[in-house]
Design a protein around this ligand. Structure first.
Ligand code: ZN
Length: 305
């Protein structure tokens, strides 16, 4: 297998890298991967991960059911309720942060298209890109969405979008710095970038250590904290304007972690840890399991006429 070895920190360029945790891929392969930490800025990333061309098989697993549309059973009912609640919350957050009710929006890594469809129904002009052909076909069949392949990203004209969203996508992208450059170019001067990622300085991440399910090696390459993502954004001309906690993620992540640890009653244990994590996030939002970050472009020095 061809693996990518990171020799310089993608956030600060530092070369003082140290191993910090050893994680197992519980989802697909059972293989072991090491996490590294940059001693200069504290950024944590998966080291020696499979290259883009070969990582596809790590996304395949026999019990992959997350796109299931069946509404039978209590777990599925909860799943559908949470999804519907989150879609409405995301739509409200986009309008609030963008200071507008409609506009041009690009959703990167749109998956099966639920969010893109929601925004379209709210009156937004939506473009969406997605790497997975199966997910693109689903979005076309269920929502009539014309989702482009991720290679289309470079075909959009500069300044095309008022809002760009990446919901739990940034941590998967091999070309991290190149992507941030493209995001800056595609946004209008007053554009808003909204990025949701897991938070490896959260209550649940600290409790579970290497077992924390949101390390999700080798699919998650980059493990952000509020501090490291702010620094990465600044490197590409962005100011971190706002942070919103996503404390519900702690319940799912904790249950999955307990299951991976093969402990008894993972559902109950996960609910208890999720509740604690939720309470911690109420007091200090930086400790939320996942975070939504809102970035705006730094004002350019050009005089506005
Ligand atoms: Zn660094």
């Amino acid at each position: 297998m061809n693996k990518l070895t990171i020799k310089a920190c993608p956030v600060c360029g530092g070369t003082h890298l140290e191993r910090t945790l050893t994680c197992v891929d519980h989802y697909a392969s059972g293989e072991v991967f090491h996490l590294c930490r940059c001693r200069d800025c504290g950024f944590i990333f998966t080291q020696d991960f499979p290259v883009e061309a070969e990582i596809g098989r790590y996304y395949e697993t026999p019990d992959y059911i997350s796109h299931s549309d069946t509404k039978k059973g209590a777990v599925n009912s909860v799943y559908h309720w949470v999804r519907s609640y989150m879609l409405k919350r995301k739509a409200r957050l986009v309008a609030y942060e963008a200071h507008r009710k409609t506009g041009r929006l690009l959703d990167i890594g749109t998956g099966t298209g639920y969010f893109a469809d929601t925004m379209k129904r709210c009156g937004w002009q939506v473009d969406a890109v997605e790497k997975n052909a199966g997910a693109r076909a689903f979005a076309a069949a269920h929502f009539g969405l014309e989702v482009k392949a991720d290679t289309a990203l470079k075909d959009f004209a500069p300044g095309s979008f008022d809002v760009i969203t990446l919901w739990h996508v940034m941590e998967h992208l091999e070309a991290l710095n190149e992507t941030w450059e493209i995001l800056n170019s595609l946004l209008t001067e007053k554009g808003v970038l909204i990025v949701a990622v897991p938070n490896c300085s959260s209550y649940d991440a600290r409790k579970y250590g290497a077992y924390w399910a949101a390390y999700d090696v080798p699919r998650h390459l980059w493990h952000f904290t509020p501090g490291t993502i702010q620094r990465l954004g600044a490197r590409h001309g962005f100011i971190l304007a706002e942070r919103h906690p996503m404390p519900f993620d702690a319940f799912y992540v904790s249950m999955l972690t307990e299951k991976n640890m093969r402990r008894s009653c993972p559902f109950v244990r996960g609910m208890i840890t999720g509740t604690w994590a939720w309470l911690h996030a109420l007091v200090s939002k930086e400790r939320s399991s996942s975070m939504i970050y809102v970035f705006r472009k730094k004002k350019s020095d050009k005089t506005v006429e």
